[in-house]
Design a protein around this ligand. Structure first.
Ligand code: HEM
Length: 453
């Protein structure tokens, strides 16, 4: 029996759909999912892509048949320039071993210890906000999530150096973003500004992280941070990671661990500004749960509506709007469709989570979708902002706890409103943020008598 033909959007005979993809890749994928809700085929120049959107098929790609796919060579070529062989960019047995070595750093008991760091850094940010001032919320969220990941990864060691590390990672991420926009991978040896900047940032990053690792190896002290876990972790043979492996995993966690969360929070503030009734309920919950004292880990169960808001925001604006493309390592059969060896597969949380095929009134911001009763009704893999299967986001719980604590702490002290002249548009790069930033006016909340540090 022959395979079923895969439908798809019309494209240019030579270039395929590259023009639409280049203009706005997230919108192109959304349109394609809307027109072809199960699976679609299209071409970007000579490369064949399959956009898989039906939740059961996504599960097949990420879980059931995940071993038949490799992360796309192109994505890996770009990202490994600064992530080395970190878990985000490796496959197969090596990925499995490294993932097992990194996992203990994310055990619940371990990440819970970071709750106070999250609240303290947020309060420090808010102490600098003047009543009635206009704040660039995207930059503020970026700063606070970066400080939190630096502290959680390296404890105090890089307190002074956190900004240096952060700056280096940010410029490497920006350069990777530029690399993604061109179809061919730029060779390192070309005398381009981009290559020079990449080398300078890599050298800085390597120097600082090496110094920290050397210091730690000497004392062997568990500082309670993620780095201590990476250094002491052992594989099944009792072998620890080399310095290079620890460096690569640390940079990976640093890079993967802040831009995503900061974009999630930025979009949440935007959505709240457009939905004042939801914002009012958030303030109510936070006032009830916290009064004027600092949030702690123990408050999380009483901040359920806060969590529902974040989940709904991750539905409409998933920072990882498309997962890294996967290359089929063999012909893969999904429900009678063949994805031929060598072709690439996209799965896009943005496209599926906004599709009317999978959500009623999909563009409406409605945190009630994630009430305990309703959440159960969402089909598996119709909602997957953290991916799934053996490569599911390792920082998932860390990120949810962080977003909940930061959102609650800000809402406790301030109300935010969007500046009327603020244009809002998505910018789907490596992660998806707002293209024109997000300036908001911040007002101290009068219901809070005084903030007790
Ligand atoms: C709201 C915040 C976050 C979102 C939306 C997010 C999303 C994702 C997604 C979708 C993937 C899967 C990528 C794929 O399969 O191609 C992923 C992987 C990953 N994430 Fe996150 N992430 C977030 C926060 C974090 C944090 C806080 C950390 C670490 C501190 C982190 C570390 C990682 C790592 C290391 C991977 C690679 C896992 C692997 O391939 O084995 N992420 N993330």
């Amino acid at each position: 029996m022959g395979s079923k033909p895969v439908p798809g959007p019309q494209g240019h005979p030579l270039f395929g759909n590259i023009q639409a993809m280049a203009a706005n890749p997230a919108e192109f994928l959304l349109r394609t999912t809307n027109d072809f809700p199960d699976i679609a085929h299209f071409r970007l120049l000579h490369i064949h892509y399959y956009l898989v959107s039906k939740p059961e098929y996504i599960q097949d790609v990420l879980v059931g048949q995940h071993d038949k796919f490799r992360k796309s060579r192109r994505d890996i070529a770009i990202l490994s320039k600064f992530l080395g062989k970190g878990i985000l960019v490796t496959d197969g047995a090596y990925h499995k071993r490294q993932r097992k070595m990194v996992q203990p750093a994310f055990h619940t008991s371990r990440i819970q210890a970071y709750a106070s760091t999250m609240v303290d850094y947020t309060n420090r940010l808010l102490d600098a906000w003047e009543d009635g001032s206009v704040q660039p919320i995207n930059e503020a969220m970026q700063q606070v999530t970066m400080e939190i990941v630096a502290k959680s990864l390296f404890d105090a060691d890089v307190a002074g150096q956190a900004a240096v590390v952060g700056h280096a990672v940010e410029s490497l991420q920006q350069i990777a973003g530029m690399d993604f926009r061109v179809q061919n991978v730029i060779p390192d040896w070309l005398p381009l500004d981009r290559n020079r900047q990449r080398r300078a940032a890599s050298d800085t990053l390597d120097r600082v992280i090496r110094e920290v690792i050397n210091e730690r190896r000497k004392t062997n002290e568990d500082k309670g941070d993620l780095l201590s876990m990476l250094l002491s972790s052992e594989d099944e043979q009792g072998v620890r990671m080399t310095d290079q492996e620890v460096r690569d995993e640390a940079v990976t966690l640093f890079a993967a661990g802040h831009e995503t969360t900061s974009n999630a929070l930025t979009w949440t503030w935007y959505l709240l500004s457009q939905n004042p009734d939801v914002a009012a309920r958030l303030h109510e919950e936070v006032d009830m749960a916290l009064g004027d004292r600092n949030a702690t880990l123990a408050d999380l169960p009483n901040l359920k509506y806060t969590a529902m808001i974040i989940k709904e925001s991750l539905r409409l604006y998933p920072p990882a709007w498309v997962l890294n493309a996967r290359d089929a390592a063999a012909d893969v059969l999904i429900d009678g469709y063949v994805i031929p060896e060598g072709s690439s597969v996209f799965v896009s949380p943005y496209a599926v989570q906004r599709s009317p095929h999978y959500f009623d009134d999909p563009l409406m911001f409605n945190p009630e979708r994630f009430s305990p009763e309703n959440e159960k009704l969402i089909p598996r893999y119709a909602y997957f902002p953290f991916g799934g299967g053996p490569r599911v986001c390792i920082g998932n719980s860390f990120a949810m706890m962080e977003a909940q604590l930061i959102l609650a702490t800000i809402a406790q002290r301030f109300s935010l409103s969007l500046m009327p002249d603020q244009a809002v548009e998505i910018d789907p790069l490596v992660t998806m943020g707002p293209k024109h930033g997000l300036r908001m006016r911040v007002k101290v909340r009068q219901t809070i008598v005084a903030h007790q540090p």
